[in-house]
Design a protein around this ligand. Structure first.
Ligand SMILES: CC(C)(COP(=O)(O)OP(=O)(O)OC[C@H]1O[C@@H](n2cnc3c(N)ncnc32)[C@H](O)[C@@H]1OP(=O)(O)O)[C@@H](O)C(=O)NCCC(=O)NCCS
Length: 287
């Protein structure tokens, strides 16, 4: 038995289960009392949450379990530019602690000229047994608050939250205030590379969405800034882990692939100096 840090009283857990494996308990759970827990080390909670990710996402859009384990190690040594933010939502029912949802994001520093950071949301998965009960919104709120805290510690401004949306979740992100840079074509980059510098899985077509943090929210974004944000994502999510791990030739091949196959169509889709930020559903009208 061990204790978790959480917003209210500590939660004693003897074993953690996925709510989806006990859907009969969903009626007994009080989702308004769900607790958020930041995961910063491996263990039973991380294993259960990763399993939920595996059930909800295809492998080409999910970081491997080993990548997460490596990041925990870097986080413990504070050895990375990127601060991971992995947060679970837990509920209790009939004495059991159940995982209702999990969100994975990173706080990433933009190029130094901006003196700012972004939150990049990688994956959010809510148990099928409790979708539409506010858990996704709760995890987004917790991620945003944690990111603000990390940015304040690093004396940086939190500029915006970005993500790569699948079509199935566009309406959720729209409700959460995200916008689509009008006309923007986007690929999620390959997340894993073979030893020879070829991608394990190809890039995946998704919809890039952004929520600016300033109030009132901007109606446009400069194209150079948008491309710097995309460059920051591609570097951190696709290339950073292979630098020093693969041969220089393999890294160079992976960089070429990313530039020509993945970045080039994104750049080509943004031909004006400013891009209007519009309703995410408009991305479907033009595809
Ligand atoms: C998308 C997902 C994360 C939403 O989580 P959730 O817990 O069901 O969402 P919430 O209950 O917090 O919803 C917050 C708001 O968004 C709305 N919403 C959520 N999903 C919606 C949908 N598919 N269509 C329209 N509105 C939706 C809710 O009605 C709610 O609105 P309200 O504030 O007016 O009540 C969840 O359905 C999921 O895990 N889907 C599969 C994986 C996925 O697509 N992840 C996101 C991509 S990384």
């Amino acid at each position: 038995m061990y204790l978790l840090r959480c917003a209210r009283k500590p939660l004693a857990m003897s074993s953690i289960r996925l709510l989806d494996d006990h859907p009969e308990l969903a009626v007994a759970a009080d989702f308004g009392q769900a607790r958020v827990v930041f995961i910063e080390s491996p263990g039973e909670l991380f294993d259960a949450c990763y399993e939920l990710f595996e059930r909800v996402f295809e492998p080409e859009v999910l970081d491997s379990k080993q990548t997460y384990l490596d990041r925990f190690e870097q986080q413990a040594k504070r050895a990375s530019q990127s601060s991971p933010c992995l947060v679970a939502a837990l509920v209790e029912a009939e004495g059991k602690v159940l995982v209702a949802g999990i969100s994975s994001a990173h706080v990433l520093a933009l190029p130094s000229a901006y003196s700012a950071s972004i939150v990049a949301i990688a994956n959010v998965a809510i148990s099928k047994a409790c979708r539409g009960k506010g858990i996704g919104a709760l995890l987004l709120h917790a991620t945003r608050e944690r990111a603000k805290q990390l940015c304040a510690e690093q004396q940086r401004v939190l500029d915006c939250i970005v993500l790569e949306s699948e079509v199935r979740s566009l309406r959720f992100w729209r409700k959460m205030g995200f916008r689509w840079p009008k006309g923007m074509f986007y690929y999620q980059p390959p997340l894993k590379w073979n030893h020879d510098g070829s991608p394990v899985h190809k890039e995946v077509r998704e919809t890039f969405l952004i929520a600016r943090t300033e109030v009132p929210a901007a109606t446009h974004i400069e194209t150079t800034k948008l491309l710097d944000i995309v460059g920051t994502l591609y570097e951190n999510w696709s290339l950073r882990d292979i630098r020093g791990a693969l041969s220089p030739e393999a890294v160079s091949l992976a960089e070429d692939y990313l530039r020509t196959r993945v970045s080039a169509p994104v750049v080509a889709s943004l031909m004006t100096e400013q891009v209007e930020l519009v309703d995410p559903l408009q991305s479907q009208e033009s595809s």
